[in-house]
Write a protein that binds this ligand. Sequence first.
Ligand SMILES: [Zn+2]
Length: 352
Amino acid sequence: MKVVSIATVLFLTLVPGLSLADNAVMEELGIKAAKEAMQQLDVEKGDANVLILTDAGHAMVDGQTTQAAIKGLTEESGNSIGDGNLFQVLRAFWKPLWFYFFNKATGEAVYMEVDPQSLNASLDDFKALPAKTVFSTISRANVDIDYLKNHTDEGNVTFNQAVFNGNEFSLAGISNVWARGGSFDFIQATCFHDHLCPGVTSGLFLAKYVEDKLPINSSSESYKVISCPNWCKEDLLQMRWDATPGKSGMFVMALTDTEKKAIPGIAGIFIRWNSTTNEGDALALSYNSSAAKTNWTGPSWGSKLASDVVLMDYVDTPEAFVSTIKEFKVDQATLSQLQNAGMHPLKVAGVL
Ligand SMILES: [Zn+2]
């Protein structure tokens, strides 16, 4: 037994980047995060007002994956993916590992960022570590947009001083919409996008508009997106329709400013494709982002958050924002042209 552990230690010493941290420590980390946050927010296990966001499962620490922390979070807090009150927010694997707890009853939120050094301890030693050693950042702020409307000085500190280490908008946006009944699928898509912004909401409105005009009727049908120009909307469409570039569900192209001005609000070409008949129905759509107004008059950090909330009132009326520029049939040859790098899809579609 001793020989094995010495060999393991030698191995880990010789291989740079490998950490002694294991899944038991990672799970304990999730427990510690939940304990600290629940104490700070003064909530009990199973409180339905609490939302947990984390990049655990995406972030890696010294080459180790971090999903076991989610197990610890759920054990201690009762929150889970199944209950729709725990979400994994996409971040690149080299980004810091963090946990975020939000209480919708008060608007208060706690953000904790992990000090990777602390994870090198043995499980017993790690259990004994205080939160202030395990986390290099533990910060608190009220992120509710209605509260912030009347407390802009607090918001100035939160957003201008980046108290959540740059994650303020990402976490506050998701929290505000979750608190107001944002659906699971929408919150999940925004977590894939990194944040909840009016741009990703426009993806939902475009999707609903297309689903109404060109509903999916058979297993041979799917949606293909000629995204031109691209913006935040594409990330929602990938999640909602499984329209990923890797499976030829989406082709993404930018436009020049002049081209954008030529077709105001142009959002792209949306095709319902039938893979049996090799035919499709296409819509060239535009999106009017100024169709809804917020009454936000405060500092700039609040305007997108206020829009996020206002836009939720329009989830069932996407036609207030989306309109059809052109409707046309697509055969295999046209589809190939629309997807081809040497072609201009809007010219192929005859809208530019
Ligand atoms: Zn966005």
